[in-house]
Ligand binder design. Structure first.
Ligand SMILES: C[S@@+](CC[C@H](N)C(=O)[O-])C[C@H]1O[C@@H](n2cnc3c(N)ncnc32)[C@H](O)[C@@H]1O
Ligand code: SF4
Length: 316
């Protein structure tokens, strides 16, 4: 059986566990975590108003993922808990000079591969992706400063046409629900009318996930969320410097389980730092980054995105 099929099975099993009324978070842990995302570039060509890049701090500011880190992950079969990996996190992935090779290497492990881009360029090899999110947001009052909007629109249109005839990747035009997002949706629908008429391209909105991170309150005024988060039991994200962290919100040094250059992912997953985060969640004694997080459980969001892609694939 191929890994991809195993991945689907894992996803179904997760769904049952998550919705079971008798499920206790302490009673199970997956053997290997889902790798939710790998940050191939922490560098960026834009400075977006809503992006938390500028509020997180990292000691190790390595801009681009080293090929050695990826080769090590593949050699130790670290992707065996995954089914869909996104090559993004805090920066712009298309800036990595060896992105094409990275896409092919990750795909060779059997997982589906996606990424999110700000659309400043669309190299031909992006056609080898399974899924592509293009960040659109407001095209009239731009919050994505430094963006050349006519160049962006022309690039999206040309790439969407190529993707439609190539049969891949599925494209999501994405708008964050920032003030005025309804107008942004109406504008994008008008501009990308032809592209959205194809089954390979759709428009989605996502909540603004970082309000409490962008406007940090003193610790004693944190709006502590106690909703259950499954990420410490199911998933990791890997920063460009090789640090393994809990999720797509941990862009800085707030949660570091270990570094791929020093240990295997399996050792990290079974190590003290992961156990510590689980203990904090079980006792609801959250560290500030988890207390501020009001999205919770991004592993489930990721999985919903993936199942939605699969539905669309079967319709197209
Ligand atoms: C940080 S970006 C990295 C990829 C690429 N640079 C881009 O902008 O698409 C990853 C994703 O986070 C999204 N994002 C940025 N700020 C956000 C916010 N405040 N709330 C929700 N998503 C956000 C972007 O739209 C993008 O889809
Ligand atoms: S382009 Fe993406 S990574 Fe860069 S600042 Fe904007 S949202 Fe952040």
């Amino acid at each position: 059986m191929c890994k991809y099929t195993n991945g689907i099975f894992e996803a179904d099993r997760k769904a049952q566990l998550m919705t079971s009324p008798t499920f206790k978070v302490a009673t199970f842990t997956v053997d290997m975590p889902e790798i939710y995302q790998i940050e191939v570039s922490s560098a960026c060509n834009l400075v977006c108003g809503m992006c938390p890049r500028r509020v997180y701090t990292r000691k190790d500011k390595q801009a681009f993922l080293e090929m050695g880190v990826l080769d090590k992950l593949i050699a130790e079969d670290a992707f065996r808990g995954s089914y869909f990996v996104e090559l993004q996190m805090a920066g712009e992935p298309t800036l990595h000079p060896r992105l094409e090779e990275i896409i092919h290497k990750v795909k060779s492990t059997g997982v589906q591969v996606g990424l999110s881009t700000n659309g400043h360029m669309f190299p031909e090899f992006l056609l080898d992706l399974d899924h592509l999110t293009i960040s659109v947001d407001n095209l009239e009052r731009d919050i994505r400063f430094r963006r050349n909007i006519p160049h962006f629109i022309a690039g999206v249109k040309a790439f969407a046409a190529k993707a439609a005839s190539h049969g891949r990747p599925l494209i999501d035009l994405q708008i964050i629900e920032l003030p005025g997002w309804e107008d942004a949706v109406a504008t994008a629908k008008k501009i990308f009318r032809n592209e959205l008429a194809r089954s390979s391209c759709t428009l989605r909105t996502v909540p603004d996930c970082f309000i409490t991170a962008m406007d940090p309150l003193p610790e004693d005024q944190l709006p502590v969320t106690t909703d259950r988060c499954f990420n410490p039991w199911m998933s990791v994200s890997i920063q460009a410097n090789g640090n393994v962290t809990s999720c797509c919100f941990a862009w800085g040094d707030d949660v570091i389980f270990g570094n791929i250059k020093d240990k295997t992912l399996k050792e990290i997953w079974e190590g003290e730092e992961v156990a510590k985060l689980r203990e904090e969640h079980q006792t609801q004694n959250y560290r500030p980054i988890c207390a501020r997080c009001y999205i919770r459980n991004p592993v489930a969001l990721h999985w919903n995105m993936f199942t939605d892609y699969r539905r669309r694939e079967s319709c197209s």
